[in-house]
Write a protein that binds this ligand. Structure first.
Ligand code: NAP
Length: 288
């Protein structure tokens, strides 16, 4: 039987309905600032999606665009003034930044209570402590929300996370292993000796690698649950635009998995929805 689709779009729509209620009960209108530096076309698309999502939910958004040649100091000044703006509840710096910039030190500068991406060391550190009531990185938080929405029981299950980035893989592994989720977690990375064997032993596979369709049918145990975080642009001359989006999981995995998230329409919409959720949480916390 082919895998059931783990439909991130529907899960995000459900979450949005719950957010609308929280926003209507919030003492202030949540307000998100999105700062983008440079002219990377994909980043501009992502920013537009985030702004549209704000509009749909009634979250105020401020869109700040700076040219690619902006200096590190100018971006630092912009972040400091956003930190000081009491009308703002969330600050997001769209990644990637131009190569002359030190992204890590800019993240460190964001007020942790407004760090809706959840990338500030204080927010990432809280996850290690099991304090999950703060700003959790949106993509792994979205994956957890999707798994719970689909009523996946993670307790005692063997989960394999492919990828160990600070923004996806690592926090994902911590969330799966956290109390309440209770999975037993293995992290696969580029130095893992036999990634296929690790995946084959898993009940739950989360692929966050950035390698198109790397996880094949013979990597996945029959009945396993597979979440595809990957978003990769691959050449496709059959398409008018000359490319298509591919995940990190090959579509043939649907023949063996019990549940599989699609690309697009899986983790992507959940990431944006969790960004909205973090913004609302920040507004509620500042005005409680
Ligand atoms: P990243 O920072 O490049 O990390 C990729 C990870 O994959 C690294 O830890 C790397 O290991 C590991 N890796 C690379 N090649 C491998 C291999 N052959 N075998 C096993 N592990 C390997 O990427 P990321 O930011 O985590 O993103 C991963 C993917 O998710 C990308 O396609 C990205 O576009 C997508 N993404 C999607 C969303 C969404 O909203 N859907 C959000 C964020 C990211 P090492 O550490 O050893 O190098």
């Amino acid at each position: 039987m082919p895998a059931v689709r783990l439909d991130g779009k529907s899960c995000a729509a459900d979450l949005e309905e719950r957010l609308k209620i929280r926003i209507s009960n919030c003492k202030v209108q949540p307000h998100l600032a999105v700062l983008i530096v440079g002219d990377d076309p994909a980043s501009h698309v992502y920013v537009r999606n985030k702004i549209r999502s704000c509009e749909r939910l009634g979250i105020k958004s401020t869109h700040i665009e700076m040219p690619a040649e902006t200096s590190q100091e100018e971006v630092e000044k912009a972040i400091i003034s956003l930190n000081e703006d009491n009308s703002l509840h969330g600050i997001l710096i769209q990644s990637p930044l131009p190569s002359h910039m030190d992204e890590e030190s800019l993240t460190d500068l964001i007020d942790p209570s407004k760090d809706v991406d959840g990338f500030h060391p204080q927010n990432l550190g809280r996850i290690v402590q099991g304090r999950l009531d703060g700003m959790i990185p949106c993509t792994p938080a979205g994956v957890m929300e999707m798994l719970r929405w689909a009523k996946v029981d993670m307790t005692g299950k063997k989960a394999v996370v492919i990828g160990r980035s600070f923004n996806v893989g690592m926090p994902q592994a911590l969330l799966l292993a956290s109390k309440g989720a209770d999975a037993t977690v293995t992290i696969v990375h580029s130095r893992t000796v036999d990634a296929q064997a690790e995946c084959l032993s898993a009940d739950i596979v989360i692929a966050a690698v950035g390698r198109p369709e790397m996880v094949k049918k013979d990597w996945v145990k029959t009945g396993a649950i597979v979440v595809d975080v990957g978003i990769n642009r691959v050449d496709d001359s059959s398409r008018e635009r000359g490319w298509r989006l591919a995940g990190d999981v090959h579509p043939e995995v649907a023949e063996v998995a019990s549940l599989l998230s699609p690309v697009p329409g899986g983790v992507g919409p959940m990431t944006v929805a969790m960004l909205m959720a973090n913004t609302v949480t920040s507004a509620e916390a500042q005005h409680s």
